[in-house]
Design a protein around this ligand. Structure first.
Ligand SMILES: Cc1cc2nc3c(=O)[nH]c(=O)nc-3n(C[C@H](O)[C@H](O)[C@H](O)COP(=O)(O)OP(=O)(O)OC[C@H]3O[C@@H](n4cnc5c(N)ncnc54)[C@H](O)[C@@H]3O)c2cc1C
Length: 298
């Protein structure tokens, strides 16, 4: 196995253009598992860890431009206030070791339906910046996932960064697994309330071939909040609204039975997580510690 180690972004793009089959490696927490288990036998690895540009984040046009090589530990410590939804998701990922190595760019490129960054990025309307020697382009994260572990990237492209606008309202992330830590999601849900544009964002994980949104649930909730003047009044959220939102989120799922859970369990779990996430987010929006209608135990 050969190993390329570019020192700059330009060199990395040149290397990928010359060797489109080269497998990029960032934190290595997916790539090395693939190699060690014999699922991946790349003839060429493209090590991106020396490319300083990928390790940086900055604010650009009001959005955070998060370099693809920024690890989860830094998302939590450096960006927890600006990107609360992504930081919440990052806190659920692996162990401290994995959070110190694993990157958002690696999660995006693996494009596992269970990847924890995806629901948060979907809910926040993130945009993925990919690049090649031909130039760079931006792909709304909704269009980035094209199939199970497939993305809209061309073979000569690398992920440069992801652009995420800091929220004008609360964000939430919920994940259900078979144990409390170091666990792949059985189902996951990300929520963002956008009071500035009176919109709602959702992201569903582990319940379909790709991470996806729940457009009908988003439209329903935005219309309910608008129609009842709740964005302005910040009055309590009717329980029926939260419940219907949960049902519509669950309707957007297309899960399978697998070793981690049944499709039926996933759909049920998703509706509960969505209802609870909304209840917590709304309580935060209202500035109340305790929601008016705490989610009932199920
Ligand atoms: C013990 C353990 C626990 C884990 N727990 C979780 C978890 O709870 N939640 C979760 O979501 N994931 C989890 N993972 C999976 C993994 O940590 C994440 O997917 C992580 O984000 C991968 O990032 P990385 O930098 O390590 O990627 P790498 O392994 O370096 O790369 C992953 C993929 O991305 C590609 N790639 C990397 N950087 C780029 C780039 N800039 N441009 C284009 N392609 C690129 C690689 O070629 C590869 O296909 C876990 C893994 C392990 C080993």
């Amino acid at each position: 196995m050969e190993f390329l180690q570019p020192a700059t972004w330009a060199e990395a793009l040149e290397a990928k253009a010359t060797h489109p089959d080269a497998v990029p490696i960032a934190g290595g927490t997916d790539v090395m598992v693939g190699i060690n288990f014999g699922r991946l036998r790349p003839s060429l690895l493209l090590d991106l860890t020396r490319v300083g540009e990928l390790q940086e984040w900055a604010t650009e046009d009001g959005a955070v431009r998060l370099g693809a090589g920024v690890n989860y530990a830094r998302v939590i410590t450096e960006l927890g206030d600006r990107l609360p939804g992504l930081a919440m998701a990052a806190r659920t990922i692996g162990s401290p070791q994995i959070r110190n190595r694993g990157t958002v760019g690696g999660n995006l490129a693996t494009a596992s339906p269970a990847g924890d960054a995806h629901p948060a990025l979907l809910a926040a309307d993130a945009v993925v910046e990919v690049a090649s020697v031909r130039g760079s382009r931006r792909i709304p994260v909704t269009d980035f996932y094209t199939g199970v572990k497939r993305t809209a990237m061309e073979p000569d492209e690398l992920i440069a960064a992801v652009h995420i606008t800091p929220p004008s309202g609360p964000q939430q992330y919920s994940k259900i697994g078979t144990r409390n830590a170091m666990v792949i999601a059985v189902a996951a849900f990300g929520l963002a309330l956008h009071p500035d544009r009176r919109a709602v964002g959702t992201g569903l994980g582990s319940v379909a071939p790709t991470p996806r949104r729940a457009p009908a649930a988003e439209e329903f909730l935005a219309a309910e909040l608008d129609g009842a003047g709740l964005w302005d009044s910040r009055a309590g959220l009717p329980e029926a609204t939260a419940r219907r939102f949960g049902e519509l989120v669950a309707d957007a799922a297309a899960p399978i039975d697998d070793v981690r859970g049944t499709a039926r369990y996933r759909v049920h779990a998703l509706s509960v997580m969505a209802r609870r996430a909304l209840t917590w987010a709304w309580a935060e929006y209202r500035g109340t510690d305790t929601p008016d209608h705490p989610a009932k135990e199920v």
